[in-house]
Design a protein around this ligand. Sequence first.
Ligand code: KIV
Ligand code: ZN
Length: 391
Amino acid sequence: MSNNKVQIFDTTLRDGEQVPGCKLNTEQKLIIAERLDILGVDVIEAGFPVSSPGDFTSVEKISKLVKTATVCGLTRANKKDIEVAAAALKYAKRPRIHTGIGTSDSHIIYKFNSTPEKIIERAVQAVAYAKSFVEDVEFYAEDAGRTDNAYLAKVLEKVIKAGATVLNIPDTTGYCLPDEYGAKIKYLKENVKGIDNVTISCHCHNDLGLATANAIAGVQNGARQIECTINGIGERAGNTSLEEVVMILKQHPNLNLDTGINSKLLYSTSQLVQESMGMKVQPNKAIVGENAFAHSSGIHQDGVIKNRETYEIINPSDVGVNESSIVLTARSGRAALAYRAKNVGYNLTKIELDDLYPQFLKFADFHKQVNDEDLHHLMELNHVHKTAANF
Ligand code: KIV
Ligand code: ZN
């Protein structure tokens, strides 16, 4: 595999589906899994098989359905979880077991009432046991973001020896700053024996709004897998957003990192997940939000009408959005009014535009937006007729 390739590990159906109210049935999960495969993700984390019979069935059916991506099932570091995950993944063309344990002081002391040495033992046993079922075993060091680097390095060295192929370094609580998370990955790259033979993975949460920035810092420092979800959904404030990391790497060719994702399917995939989960993204969501390619202030509209790139760094068609939109509001200028009027059939002269503009503003001051129907009405009131050439 090229050293410039960043693997995309999608966990919409596992970390994403943990969100209250986002529960999906098996049928919906199959539709999303098939779409993720077509989108070009490298790994689909299909669920946590031991958590419920429904989740087991979903992982099993996804394993049968998915043609290209690796299908992954989550486990804790115990035999039963691993056996159940292995059974659910039995039909996968490329199965992966994702097992692990908490490594921060708070996990070791309060969650497990254990010691650092015993946690290493459990981690090694879990990886070795998973390895007896599948070749591809990913180990997560839960709360790695708040784990002491020297101890983390020790755990990772042992699980590599036990057969781990991927090392997941989760910032489980979303606490790290990007330079801190990047430095952690760099430290591991430089201090863990055998790390060059495995893939380092970033799994970042968004509690401080840094999940995407942290994942990017991770790959800039040597990680080659990003765990992410469509629309950034996930526990609490969510996970790294798939569409954001894909477009960041695409728009910054100087990073020399590539995901292989078909970006033209990003918008429709986002819509599919929003509809299936009944959870809309906020309008200002990067890449896939309703306003991501909408321009409403007069200054911006004038710039975009003259040359799209004045205010847009992404061509909307690159993410499957038809075109940028010029939204008419009380902040819009003459250029926007003329542009939108032309779109619905009126090629306004300068005199017509000067006459109409004050009336348009009066109307817009009392409405959030001026739509096509309102425009027709405004033209009718002012006896402006459609331009023959357009029809
Ligand atoms: O956030 C986290 O630490 C996780 C692990 C289970 C991978 O989701
Ligand atoms: Zn997580």
